[in-house]
Design a protein around this ligand. Structure first.
Ligand code: AMP
Length: 220
């Protein structure tokens, strides 16, 4: 069983690592950011409400994201594990998650905190591009597509997320420091926290995370 939380600032690689874990362990990635972006795209009432917060780099209200996670965690595909990516983002959400888990008879086994310094985060995020059709991620400097602005997998158009522009990212990093970083202490006090350095190759970071999930390695 692997019920885990990936914690870290925007651009730390939570989404990339979650996708690899999903394939390896056959458990779903629950990314509140992806769920919210899909709702914005479909212009659902929730998406319309969330968009203004996301465009500003602010957090979407707790009631909205807690509702999303609560609904998602009771789906059958979460019965043998799940990876929370981008949730919880503050202490209120972490407290609410505890209640949801209590009600559903589940618990978190690992909280993996991925750290990367601020300048590196800025350069990673400003260069990030995503395929509109299949969602594959690229980076204009570190992982560029063969044909500019076109996905190498499906030929779809690559775009930059509105909230990946520099002004918004600075705000998102501030929000992370103020609201999300306190969760490092929160989960540290519950002895669930493991720290992983998020710089280096994707494969090396992945094997460290897999080691943690499989119960190898030491507590930090
Ligand atoms: P992400 O893709 O995780 O970086 O999230 C993109 C944006 O979605 C964030 O900047 C927030 O506006 C919103 N968001 C995602 N997850 C949460 C959350 N757990 N709580 C509040 N807002 C969230």
């Amino acid at each position: 069983m692997c019920n885990c939380i990936l914690l870290g600032p925007p651009g730390a690689g939570k989404g990339t690592q979650a996708k690899i874990l999903t394939k390896r362990f056959g458990i779903p990635q629950i990314s509140t950011g992806d769920i919210l972006r899909a709702a914005v795209k479909e212009q659902t009432p929730m998406g319309i409400q969330a968009k203004k917060f996301m465009d500003e780099g602010a957090l979407v209200p707790d009631s909205v994201v807690i509702g999303i996670v609560e609904e998602r965690l009771v789906k059958p595909d979460c019965s043998s594990g799940f990876i929370l990516d981008g949730f919880p983002r503050n202490v209120e959400q972490a407290d609410a998650l505890k209640q949801v888990l209590l009600r559903t008879g589940k618990s978190i086994e690992h909280v993996i905190s991925i750290s990367v310094d601020k300048e590196e985060l800025l350069s990673r995020i400003t260069g990030r591009r995503t395929c509109r059709s299949c969602g594959k991620g690229y980076h204009i400097a570190f992982d560029p597509p063969e044909v500019p602005d076109r996905c190498g997998e499906c030929g779809g158009e690559l775009y930059q997320r509105d909230d990946d522009r520099e002004e918004t990212i600075r705000k998102r990093l501030e929000v992370y420091e103020e609201q999300t970083a306190p969760l490092i202490t929160y989960y540290g006090q519950e002895s669930l926290l493991r720290n992983v350095q998020g710089t280096g190759s994707i494969e090396d970071i992945q094997s460290e995370i897999v080691g943690i999930v499989e119960g190898k390695g030491r507590n930090t």
